[in-house]
Design a binder for this molecule. Structure first.
Ligand code: KIV
Ligand code: ZN
Length: 390
């Protein structure tokens, strides 16, 4: 067994039920939210952001209920930098054994313009809101929304204020998926080196996938010193989504040689929760999605299937069982070869000699040219029609 110290451990903060649910059309019912929270808790997620309690009566009730039922995870609620939001959030999460208030405000020039606050006025709002949250809850996370487009000096200044006011986690959101991996690593590293008190808090990374870089940016941030990744199941989230939990967790597991940080996630629970989130959110997972897509462990071409039948490591870098799948799938199609066909026939109890295999293979290829995918029933029918012809 390898021992890991705290500095090697990455906290997994799941926001499927908050940022994920903010995806247009992904609204979940009360019971669905409870079910997903139970699965997240069970798979070892450290912190569940259960919702935005001020947003609606329904969200408040769901967060309260999740807080009452959590057994392992810390339960977090989101609040704007407003006393009313923070009080409502605390009201919902206070039932949890371990809880957290996450409060935020947009700090970039574009976001400061919305409430029309000067830099000084916003700094004051940050001081007051974090102080208020800290008076209610001993675990406070603060986020400068749109951090990656906030002026460097101002970002350092407001982070210092939040730390002094009692925040123990500073989250750096890449709200619009604008950053790139080198920049993401460098930003966290420089913040930790520069901001007074930074060594006493945990830095978190919260990435969106607008340019398809959320996973890479999150892992780069960890290389830069972040020790909390904010993510969602299946990468569910606004616009192009958030960092996908399954991707960062499996990347850290599979490439631990170059990314020596661990998580507390039981990866064998990934596939089940992925399917449940897809079902309750109504957001189907794309076939070629990393880790959880239908084709992530499927091989159709003859060369790949032959390799897989001889040694699974030829074309797979993870074991299907590591993510909760019973095995690899070798779907038959026009690119498949004899080895996979013979293997499939054997699974149905058909032992064929070389001559018979040659004959079935010709008929199989004719069929595969006509159909996108050849199903198990098609193979059985092929064998039956061959037997009838004899
Ligand atoms: O993307 C974002 O900036 C957020 C904040 C509320 C943390 O989701
Ligand atoms: Zn977000």
């Amino acid at each position: 067994m390898t021992m890991t110290s705290d500095k090697d451990r990455v906290v997994i903060f799941d926001t499927t039920l908050r940022d994920g649910e903010q995806s247009p059309g992904a609204t979940m019912t009360h019971n669905e939210k409870l079910e997903i929270a139970g699965l997240l808790d069970d798979m070892g997620v450290d912190i569940i952001e259960a919702g935005f309690p001020i947003a609606s009566e329904g969200d408040f009730n769901a967060v309260s209920e999740i807080a009452k039922n959590a057994t392992n995870s810390r339960i977090c609620g989101l609040a704007r930098a407003k006393t009313g939001d923070i009080d409502r959030c605390w009201e919902a999460i206070r039932h949890a054994e371990k809880n957290r208030i996450h409060t935020f405000i947009g700090t970039s020039p574009l976001h400061r313009a919305i409430p029309n606050l000067t830099m000084d006025e916003m700094a004051d709002v940050i001081h007051k809101s974090v102080t208020h949250a800290r008076n209610l809850c001993d675990n406070v996370q603060w986020s400068p929304m749109d951090a990656t487009r906030t002026e460097w000096d101002y970002l350092c200044r407001v982070i210092e204020i939040a730390i002094k006011a009692g925040a123990s986690t500073i989250n750096i959101p890449d709200t619009v998926g604008y950053t790139a991996p080198v920049e993401s690593a460098e930003l966290i590293k420089r913040l930790i080196e520069t901001v007074p008190g930074a060594d006493e808090v945990i830095f978190a990374t919260h990435c969106h996938n607008d340019l398809g870089m959320a996973t890479a940016n999150s892992l780069a941030a960890v290389a830069g010193g972040a020790r909390q990744i904010e993510c969602t199941i299946n990468g569910l989230g606004e616009r192009a989504g958030n960092t996908a939990l399954e991707e960062v967790v499996m990347a850290l597991k599979v490439r631990n040689d170059i990314m020596p940080w661990s998580t507390g996630i039981d990866t064998r629970k990934i596939m089940h929760i992925s399917r449940r989130v897809a079902a309750v959110s109504g957001f189907a997972v794309q076939f070629n999605k990393a880790i959880v897509g239908k084709n992530a462990f499927a091989h159709e071409s003859g060369i790949h299937q032959d390799g897989m039948l001889k040694n699974a490591e030829t074309f797979e870098i993870m074991r299907p069982s590591d993510v909760g799948l019973s095995g690899t799938s070798l779907p038959l199609g026009k690119h498949s070869g004899r080895a996979a066909l013979r293997d499939k026939l054997q699974q149905f109890g058909f032992e064929v000699g070389d001559n018979q295999l040659r004959d079935v293979f010709v008929r199989f290829k004719e069929l595969a040219d006509r159909k996108k995918e050849v199903f198990d029933d098609d193979i059985i029918a092929l064998m039956r029609s061959g037997e009838d012809a004899e």
